[in-house]
Design a protein around this ligand. Structure first.
Ligand code: ADP
Length: 601
């Protein structure tokens, strides 16, 4: 046989085999019966052709040439069919892929989806909805949709009305659905009617979103808002929020009341210029804008205001910038508190302090003048008292020399020898006491007038000097004075020297004679104050006297020890003028600790 014919036959055979495979694969597809008949015909045709070739090659005969010619004539159609079948295969493959993609999308959609037939029964449902409700597909398909709702009757009526075309499908509505496990979920449902080719309603398709969490979040947000609003409205402070143009966007009842509005809403969109005199509004506006532009807080600014009745008031205002989620300043939040009462009290106090200072000055000058002026008559009393005493002595010796004792009555003798000298003694000792009191008063009044030169003080040096100046008393008392390292403080050198001299003098004066005296001076620094302590192991002071010893002329045992009862009064007076303090801790029979606090350096 000619090789070209063999090659041609082989190609045809190969084509037949490919065609056969395509046919067999095509058989598996869901094809219409007519197409299947064509396939069977082609199969027979291929088999016949193969048989012819087999016979021809086996017996090398040309007997089948005719048949072969017929088959050869059909070959173009045969090839066309193969190409057609091939292309159909590609298209079908594409369609299958698209369908599976669609199914995937349908099932994986983030919202639930179902379709209903004309009876309201579910014909299609996606996986999202199945998972949402906890059912399997076969448990939902074919069942009326309202069986899955809580308000079954209402839902059934609505579905029926929609399917009957009596009710347009609502855009979106909320429905409570019941899951398989009995729990409830709130769904947002959107319906659309489905029509057949003839334009008749053939069902409904619906999308379903689970909005339980959103609803809960909305409710809790609403609750929070309500809480915040109640809180803001019931606060006695003025609370407001303004935008960047200083227009009110939130205001509470207190602000509305202050501005003479009936409700907070009346303020919204307005500015301070709508309510306050220009001068005040300008000031508030400048503060707002400063906070907005600089982004800095304004804390506790005390500022005046005027209420609707025209009363002048004072407010302590705090303004903070309000920022959006990106940190951009979108306005300010302001809180202001009515401090009118406090301001008035402060003014009253200030006035009182001034009056008190004036009165004090007056008192000091009265004290000075009296103590100074009383000394002149006292000097006279002392002088003439002494003279009287001398005259008495003279009368006494004259009578003794020149008159016989028998001539003088007993009574006169008693007057001359006893009563008059005794009375004169009392007058003179009282005058001396009064003199010492007056000089004490004079010192006290001079102290009030002396200027205070505050400077850093080396307390180690000062206390060493004070102790040295009292060396005699220390020796007399047989005491030891121990000075520890002392921090420096601020004060007037001579006045602070006076303070420690008086306290140390007392410590030595009121030691207990039954034991060796021990005095210790130490200090510590606390909250910017140096607290010095002079501790002794002396007689001690009973609790009921511990406050009184700082009062003028208060002495515990006036007859036992000399003194004027002024030392501690002077100490307190000096410390008052230094913003310092003095106090005592003591136990009778054990000793006392006198504390002095002064500003540290
Ligand atoms: P004076 O010492 O002149 O009496 P002060 O004003 O200095 O006056 O003291 C008042 C009183 O406080 C004293 O009379 C004394 O009774 C008591 N006092 C003061 N310091 C001490 C002390 N260290 N120990 C015991 N008593 C004291």
């Amino acid at each position: 046989m000619h090789p070209v014919v063999v090659a041609f036959d082989l190609i045809t055979l190969l084509a037949s085999a490919v065609g056969l495979i395509v046919l067999l694969r095509g058989w598996k597809r869901a094809l219409e019966p007519k197409a299947k008949l064509v396939f069977v015909g082609l199969l027979v045709f291929t088999l016949c052709y193969g048989l012819c070739l087999f016979v021809e090659w086996s017996w090398d005969t040309k007997a089948l040439d005719r048949i072969e010619d017929v088959i050869g004539a059909l070959l173009p159609m045969w090839w066309a069919f193969i190409i057609y079948a091939f292309l159909v295969g590609i298209v079908e493959q594409e369609l299958r892929e698209r369908e599976s993609r669609f199914q995937e999308l349908f099932d994986e959609a983030p919202i639930g989806y179902h379709e209903l037939d004309t009876k309201g029964h579910i014909t299609r449902v996606n996986r999202t909805e199945l998972e949402m409700l906890g059912y399997r597909a076969e448990e939902m398909l074919g069942r009326p949709v309202w069986e899955f709702t809580v308000e079954k009757e209402k839902s059934q009526q609505a579905v029926a009305a929609k399917l009957a075309g009596k009710m347009p499908p609502s855009r979106a509505f909320e429905r409570t659905l019941q899951r398989k496990d009995g729990t409830l979920l709130l769904a947002l449902i959107e319906d659309r009617l489905l029509y057949d080719k003839a334009g008749r309603i053939r069902g409904i398709c619906s999308t379903i979103q689970n909005i339980t969490k959103r609803k809960q979040a909305e409710e809790s947000l609403a609750q929070e808002r309500n809480l915040l609003r109640t809180l803001i409205d019931n606060m006695p402070d003025n609370i407001y929020v303004k935008d960047t143009k200083s227009r009110f966007i939130v205001a509470n009842i207190a602000v509305a009341r202050l501005m003479g509005a009936t409700t907070p809403d009346e303020l919204l969109g307005k500015t301070d210029f709508d309510f306050y005199p220009q001068e005040l509004a300008d000031k508030y506006y400048a503060d707002d804008q400063n906070v907005i532009k600089m982004g800095q807080l304004l804390v506790g600014r005390e500022e005046p205001a005027v209420d609707p009745e025209g009363h002048r008031k004072w407010y302590s205002t705090t303004k903070v910038p309000l920022r959006d989620s990106r940190g951009k300043i979108t306005g300010i939040i302001g809180i202001s508190r009515d401090i009118t009462a406090r301001k008035r009290a402060e003014d009253d106090r200030e006035r009182l302090m001034q009056t008190l200072a004036l009165k004090n000055e007056e008192l000091e000058s009265v004290l000075y003048v009296t103590s100074h002026d009383l000394r002149a008559p006292l000097v006279n009393i002392q002088g003439f008292g002494n003279e009287l005493s001398r005259s008495c002595d003279m009368i006494h010796s004259a009578l003794r020399d020149k008159v016989k004792a028998a001539d003088i009555s007993e009574e006169v003798l008693t007057v001359l020898n006893k009563d008059v000298p005794e009375a004169l003694g009392f007058i003179l000792s009282s005058a001396t006491r009064m003199d010492s009191l007056l000089s004490g008063l004079l010192r006290l009044s001079r102290l009030g007038q002396a200027s205070v030169n505050i400077e850093p003080l080396d307390m180690n040096a000062m206390l060493t000097e004070v102790t040295k100046s009292m060396e005699y008393q220390v020796k007399e008392a047989g005491a030891t004075v121990d000075i520890e390292s002392l921090p420096p403080c601020l004060g007037d050198a001579s006045q602070i020297n006076q303070v420690f001299s008086n306290i140390l003098d007392n410590a030595l004066k009121y030691l207990d004679e039954s034991r060796p005296g021990m005095i210790r001076i130490y200090a510590k620094v606390e909250d910017g104050q140096c607290v010095y302590c002079v501790e002794d192991n002396g007689a001690g002071i009973a609790p009921e006297h511990q406050r009184k010893i700082f009062e003028i002329f208060h002495r515990l045992e006036p007859d036992r020890k000399s003194g004027e009862g002024l030392g501690l009064t002077i100490v307190r007076h000096i410390l008052d003028r230094h913003n310092g303090k003095v106090w005592v801790e003591s136990e009778p029979g054990k000793g006392s600790r006198f504390f002095v606090s002064l500003p540290s350096v």
